[in-house]
Design a protein around this ligand. Structure first.
Ligand SMILES: Cc1cc2nc3c(=O)[nH]c(=O)nc-3n(C[C@H](O)[C@H](O)[C@H](O)COP(=O)(O)O)c2cc1C
Length: 447
């Protein structure tokens, strides 16, 4: 069968454009109304998307008075969307820095049971400096230390998910025998950061383990992804850097002894779509005019670990010297590189840079017709830049609906996207192998 692309819907605010929350085309529902998320998941399911994704941060931004910066806690939302949908995959973000592995393993195992095998965890180490103030206040852990801790975290959660054999539960009412004790094992983990006895207090999940998603693009983030991730989100503003990332990550995956096709790379794409390019560009301009450059300035500062940009005039061309060295930033290192390469390439003024970032925070934004958007998707997909896309509509639900109604049929006609769901689980939608349980691995080793 022809290689097919994978589409994830990234749900964020009332759309990914910074000003989406006040745009007349965005949803009138409050961002605290669960029907908003359920409705978007149902729309994405009707469009045959592989999955939906919810990001998360563990602190309120300091621009809450001028920007819609609140959302419901993602694990809770996934439980509610799981019961409102039946086929689409569901991805929630959770931090390895600010939760315990036992809690996380249990929550995601529960979600995988609730959704009957449609759940994934987006593993983050939490780049936002202010999050540290909400968890003990000891200050932000360094970029490297966060990844060291995350590595041990992964060992523990995987062992917990594997601590029950597939056939441990027999639920034999007549015989009075619920589970086979010899098919459930403690994990007895004693490491530098975690001491966890196990086993998990839940049977093995429908997918064996939830699907693992990751989005770190720095060197250390890529190595982490190569070891653990089954899908990777990434931000690129041009095809060339996406191709380099794709080739590099697949190489690292092979170096880890894994199959490169078992890790899907999904760059972000934020399409403003209209019947003519001029109309799509007019809509983008109109949405940009609703955004406040001072909100953008604060967000830029957050991206660069709190660096002060307040003295920079809005209308002078920027130079790389206006920014701190990305190597010294303890926040999200890869996105700072994306922003700096844009500054080097296009020498925008601060106002222009902020308008660009307002679109989708450094992801690839395009304004065009359905045909033009489908052409870009096909070009990146067939030219080694992507295995699919993380679709980030600038306005929700308006631009999701246009994408589903106008772009997906073109992709289907070209044989690039499914015309119905074939599988029931996210592993099946993504074409991923089933993880063998620890019991099966041990049996294979003994045989
Ligand atoms: C599409 C996408 C979604 C992300 N979602 C989150 C998120 O929800 N929470 C978070 O703390 N970081 C999020 N990140 C940031 C990454 O997980 C990562 O922490 C960041 O890129 C810093 O790691 P790096 O320095 O290795 O790139 C996201 C990144 C991308 C590309």
């Amino acid at each position: 069968m022809k290689r097919q692309l994978h589409l994830n819907l990234f749900i964020h605010s009332r759309g990914h454009h910074e000003a989406s929350w006040r745009h007349p085309l965005s949803s009138p529902l409050p961002l605290t109304d669960i029907r908003y998320y359920q409705d978007l998941a149902q729309r994405a399911e009707a469009g045959l998307f592989d999955s939906i994704f919810l990001a998360d941060q563990l602190a309120l931004g300091d621009d809450a008075s001028q920007a819609a910066r609140t959302w419901l806690e993602p694990v809770t939302v996934l439980a509610a969307t799981a019961v409102a949908t039946s086929r689409i995959g569901l991805i929630a973000t959770c931090s390895t820095t600010y939760t315990e592995p036992f809690n996380l393993a249990r929550q995601f195992a529960s979600l995988d049971h609730i959704s009957k095998g449609r759940v994934a965890w987006n593993i983050v180490t939490s780049w936002l400096a202010t999050a540290a103030g909400n968890f003990g206040g000891a200050g932000q852990m360094s970029h490297a230390d966060r990844y060291v801790r995350a590595e041990e975290f992964m060992t523990v959660v995987k062992a917990l998910w594997d601590s029950w054999a597939d056939d441990a539960v027999i639920d034999d009412r007549a015989g009075g025998h619920y589970a086979r004790a010899d098919r459930i094992r403690p994990i007895n983990h004693k490491g530098e950061h975690y001491q966890v006895a196990g086993p998990l207090n839940l049977p093995r999940t429908p997918q064996g383990r939830p699907v693992l998603v990751q989005a770190g693009s720095s060197d250390i983030g890529r190595r982490f992804a190569a070891r653990h991730a089954e899908a990777v989100f990434t931000a690129h503003m041009e095809k060339k850097t996406a191709q380099e990332f794709h080739a590099d990550l697949k190489r690292l995956v092979a170096e880890e002894g894994r199959k490169p096709e078992q890790v899907l790379i999904l760059p972000g794409l934020s399409p403003m779509i209209a019947s003519t390019q001029a109309e799509a560009e007019r809509m983008t301009r109109e949405t940009n005019e609703l955004s406040d450059p001072e909100v953008g300035r604060k967000r830029l500062s957050g991206r660069f670990g709190g660096h002060d940009f307040s003295h920079l005039p809005l209308d002078r061309p920027l130079t790389p010297e206006d920014f701190p060295d990305p190597g010294s930033v303890q926040a999200a290192r890869s996105r700072t590189e994306v922003i700096l390469s844009l500054v080097r390439r296009e020498k925008p003024t601060l106002r222009q840079l902020l308008a660009n970032l307002a679109g989708a925070r450094g992801h690839f934004c395009v304004a065009g017709t359905p045909e033009q958007v489908a052409d870009i998707i096909e070009d990146w997909f067939s030219d080694g830049a992507a295995d699919g896309f993380n679709i980030m509509p600038p306005l929700l639900p308006a631009m999701l609906d246009v994408f589903s109604a106008e772009v997906i049929p073109i992709l289907q006609k070209r044989g690039l996207f499914r015309t119905s769901y074939e599988g029931k689980t996210l592993r099946e939608h993504y074409g991923l192998d089933w993880p063998a349980s620890a019991f099966k691995q041990a049996a294979l080793q003994e045989a």
